[in-house]
Design a protein around this ligand. Structure first.
Ligand code: NAD
Ligand code: UGA
Length: 473
């Protein structure tokens, strides 16, 4: 069946399209993969000879790009050409929350999906399998099919063309994308055309055990993706709510996570307390779920899922309040080092990172932030904060809030009053806190919102330590 599929096009060269196609290309050398995007600079970076300049940072990705690029993996802005040549087309475009109109703030904005469907219907030739890779609200496949068929009938070549739509949601998590793609827990394919399902399944069967490839109808597949993310986010909110209770009662969140997670029915993963979940998907997918529930009049269900987001927002808000309280109620003019800006370790992605709201709040209170992240640029931080970078990072007495960028952790602690660990990058565990303490102004504080540092050892260096779920009174 796979021999029918010779050319695959992926619309959208982002965090999903790029890594997913790179791994598929590596596993299917006889198929040509063309990843297209309208964003010229993104495509230029995918084609950059310098692999450290790829548009996304993902451990191991550069090796796959190196092995396949310009062999059976191509990146281009020529959307028309590659759609017209392909037997199978993945739609892997962004689906953010609508910012205006009906459903603003909740429903997914399907503008980019619709444009993709129209492009496919305009340029595709012959029989084409259209695969939803983006995360989409239930029933979107119906809309896509309607667009494909309606546009087709408007064209002379309609007789020779046929479209089938499949749902094949992606479950990779950033920072671990390559492993997730190589060894997925499952591959989910939703559809009602057996031969198209087989064509897609046989591609995955080249490296995924057939028991792990499950097929359902379109709606179960679309809904399962939203629910999987909602369940994961719910676990994070659950453990974060418990972290606050631990801080009040003297219990330790790590002990509680361990004790609870060892119960096989609960499981040990996704029980790490932190500053709240970030990333491009959890919030938008839950909001979308909430919207769908309300649409069907299931208001109790929608309230239940919305509370996962409410706890997440509360968790993000309480971190700056804790910092403010420990630093004698004022941080105006105080120097605070921020360690980590990405929403989790091993990615340069800052979308919805808890660091954004936390830093904004600290700046609002007058703090002078020194922000360091191993993979996030100053430009990206500036874009997220919407506040201009301060040039006079040496002026520690400035009482108006500001932020500066640190290229490394050397020197950024000089005369700092506090450091806040917001992302669990490995290197923050290994910092020499003894030397750091010598540089800092006393009393000096480390606020560890990820629970990564060794509390006993670090506090022996004349540092006050606050750790999530383990707060000191
Ligand atoms: P992204 O923003 O990184 O990439 C999307 C790309 O699509 C952009 O580069 C954009 O320019 C391009 N694009 C949009 N419309 C286009 C068009 N008509 N023609 C050509 N290119 C177009 O997004 P992402 O993080 O890769 O996410 C894509 C989808 O996958 C979303 O629905 C998301 O919910 C889902 N998803 C994301 C992840 C993740 O870890 N980021 C994981 C699983 C699923
Ligand atoms: C998540 C899901 O894990 C993927 O399966 C899914 O494909 C993806 O969303 C998506 O649809 O976009 P991702 O957002 O990349 O992946 O990363 P996660 O590892 O899920 O982390 C999300 C957020 O939760 C991060 O901010 C992370 O720090 C936080 N988190 C996660 C915790 O605070 N504690 C945990 O125990 C786990």
């Amino acid at each position: 069946m796979t021999d029918l599929v010779k050319k695959i096009c992926c619309i959208g060269a982002g965090y999903v399209g790029g890594p997913t196609m790179a791994v598929m290309a590596y596993k299917c050398k006889d198929i040509q993969f063309n990843v297209v995007d309208t964003n010229q600079s993104r495509i230029d970076r995918w084609n950059d000879k310098d692999l450290s300049n790829l548009p996304i940072y993902e451990p191991g990705l550069d090796k796959f790009i190196h092995k396949c690029r310009n062999k059976n993996l191509f990146f281009s802005t020529d959307v028309e050409k590659y759609i017209s040549e392909s037997d199978m087309i993945f739609i892997s475009v962004n689906t953010p929350i609508k910012t205006s109109g009906i459903g603003a703030g909740k429903a997914s904005d399907l503008k980019w999906v619709e444009v993709s469907a129209r492009q496919i219907s305009r340029y595709a030739r012959g029989n084409t399998i259209v695969v939803e890779k983006s995360t989409l609200p239930v029933k979107t496949a119906e809309t896509i099919k309607q667009i494909l068929d309606t546009e087709s009938t408007n064209m002379d070549i309609s007789n020779s063309r046929e479209f089938t739509v499949l749902s094949n949601p992606e479950f990779l998590s950033e920072g671990n994308a390559i492993n997730d793609l190589l060894e997925p827990d499952r591959i989910l394919i939703g559809g009602n055309d057996e031969s198209s399902i087989n064509a897609l399944a046989s591609i995955y069967r080249r490296w995924v055990a057939k028991e792990k490839i499950i097929t359902t109808n379109l709606w179960s597949s679309e809904l399962s993706k939203l629910i999987a993310n909602a369940f994961l986010a719910q676990r994070v909110s659950s453990i974060n709510s418990v972290s606050a209770l631990c801080e009040e009662t003297g219990a330790h969140i790590k002990d509680v996570s361990l004790a609870v997670g060892l119960d096989k029915r609960i499981g040990e993963k996704f029980l790490e307390a932190g500053p709240g979940f970030g990333g491009s998907c959890f919030k938008k997918d839950i909001l979308n779920l909430v919207y769908i529930c309300d649409y069907y009049g299931l208001h109790e269900v929608s309230k239940y899922w919305n509370s996962v987001i409410e706890i997440n927002e509360w968790q993000q808000k309480r971190i700056p309040e804790i910092i403010l309280k420990r630093l004698f109620g004022t941080i105006s003019g105080k120097k605070i080092v921020i360690l980590g800006f990405s929403f989790k370790a091993n990615t340069n992605d800052t979308r919805n990172s808890p660091a954004i709201n936390i830093c904004k709040r600290l700046i609002e209170e007058g703090a002078n932030l020194m922000i360091y992240d191993p993979k996030v640029s100053a430009k990206q931080i500036g874009k997220e904060l919407g506040i201009k970078i301060s040039n006079n990072n040496k002026d520690k007495s400035k009482c108006e809030g500001s932020w500066s960028y640190c290229e490394s952790t050397i020197e950024c602690f000089l005369k700092a009053d506090a450091a806040v660990i917001l992302t669990e990058w490995q290197e923050f565990k290994k910092l020499d806190y003894e030397i750091i303490s010598r540089d800092m102004r006393k009393p000096a504080w480390i606020f560890d919102t990820r629970g990564v540092i060794d509390i006993e050892k670090t506090s022996s260096y004349n540092l006050n330590i606050w750790t999530i779920g383990n707060g000191m009174k």
